[in-house]
Design a protein around this ligand. Structure first.
Ligand code: UPG
Ligand code: 3PG
Length: 326
């Protein structure tokens, strides 16, 4: 590992158990900060209520988390109703007024959340978690509440893979291991100490989040990590060991779409500073052709969203657009 990466790993890696609730409450009060937790959710009726209610009971009640928001990302199931019943403020992503037509994707949901939340720190957590705890949030907040130089905290954990027979192995994170980590080691070796670069559990200061572009899809974690380091250096990033994480898995064809979004995000950043003509992906969508004998004609084209949203601070409707919860 590069010396800088190794030094960063040694000095900026925490354990969730390094932080207690009383310490965090005290530091939050001293620094006069407010905290939002945002849960992006698309068709997560099986798990979203549990994610909301655990955070609500453990962290909203004692006053660490000021806002608990679910961004409903075009769900067609009962996600929105169940999240609201469990105690979250729920916004339909497409109904958040930004002046820009809504696009599909997780990154779009996170970007739009900046327009309806007010916290000085925004923590993101996925809605499909099966193995996790409220320490995911306290762990993510700890490094920022202790160190004012840190503006982005990534969670990491053992990635459990659940097989059809109900067993678990530590073989999860297929896109991480086959796409993101090789890309980072090849092109951003300074980030090779980041254990889970694609972690959906991360936190950021609003002052940083609003200055970054957000890919609309699954490239959002890769972009915010590499862009933060590009602009502010490794010292602005910390990571925290959250133990174990289980979630629902996508099939390999859907992960192909995710991988394409991450490769598009990375390609743009590899071309940074070059004239637009040499930028590999300047358009908002690309096609991914996949082959499947169960599909009529054997192949299908997947539409992959690869647009990026401009930094929120440059958008006229920002901050606090006039959008009522759903
Ligand atoms: O259009 C979408 C797609 C997903 N989600 C939500 O985003 C979260 C993560 O999505 P998921 O499909 O479960 O992603 P994973 O397969 O778990 O992908 C991992 O890797 C991605 C790529 O970096 C990260 O964005 C994810 O957070 C991380 O868990 C979940 O709450 C989804 O409901 C949306 O809100 N809108
Ligand atoms: O982060 C990843 O690599 C993808 O979400 C895939 O994860 P999985 O292999 O655990 O489903």
């Amino acid at each position: 590992m590069e010396l800088a990466a190794r030094r960063w790993f040694d000095s900026h890696t925490y354990l969730a158990t390094d932080f207690t609730l009383p310490e965090l409450l005290e530091r939050k009060r001293e620094q006069n900060l407010s905290i939002s937790v945002v849960i992006p959710a698309r068709n997560e009726e099986a798990t979203v209520a549990e994610v909301v209610s655990r955070i609500s009971d453990a962290l909203v009640e004692p006053g660490l988390v000021d806002e608990l928001v679910v961004i409903d990302s075009d769900s067609t199931d009962a996600t929105a109703a169940l999240a609201a019943k469990a105690g979250a403020q729920v916004y339909a992503a497409g109904a958040i007024e930004t002046g820009l037509k809504s696009l599909p994707g997780k990154g779009e949901a996170l970007w739009r959340s900046l327009f309806v939340t007010r916290g000085d720190i925004v923590a993101f957590i996925d809605a499909d978690l099966t193995e996790w705890g409220a320490h995911f949030i306290t762990g993510l907040l700890g490094p920022m509440l202790r160190d004012r130089k840190v503006s982005l905290v990534k969670g990491f954990y053992d990635r459990l893979f659940s097989s059809a027979d109900g067993g678990h192995s530590p073989q999860g994170g297929r896109v991480t291991e086959l796409v993101a980590r090789p890309l980072i080691n090849l092109h951003w070796p300074i980030l090779s100490g980041v254990v889970q670069p694609l972690a959906g559990e991360w936190a950021m200061r609003r002052s940083l989040a609003e200055t970054l572009p957000f890919p609309v899809g699954y490239g959002v974690e890769f972009a915010t990590l590499t862009d933060t380091v590009w602009r502010h250096g490794l010292g602005a990033v910390a990571q925290v060991d959250l133990g174990q994480r289980g979630h629902s898995h996508q099939n390999v064809h859907d992960l192909g779409v995710m991988a394409t979004e991450i490769l598009a995000t990375a390609t743009r950043r590899l071309n940074r500073g070059r004239p637009p003509a040499s930028v590999g992906y300047t358009h908002a969508w690309t096609d991914l052709y996949q082959y499947d004998r169960s599909v009529e004609g054997f192949w299908r084209a997947r539409d992959v969203p690869i647009a990026e949203r401009p930094p929120a601070i440059t958008v006229q409707a920002y901050p606090f657009a006039d959008s009522a919860p759903a």
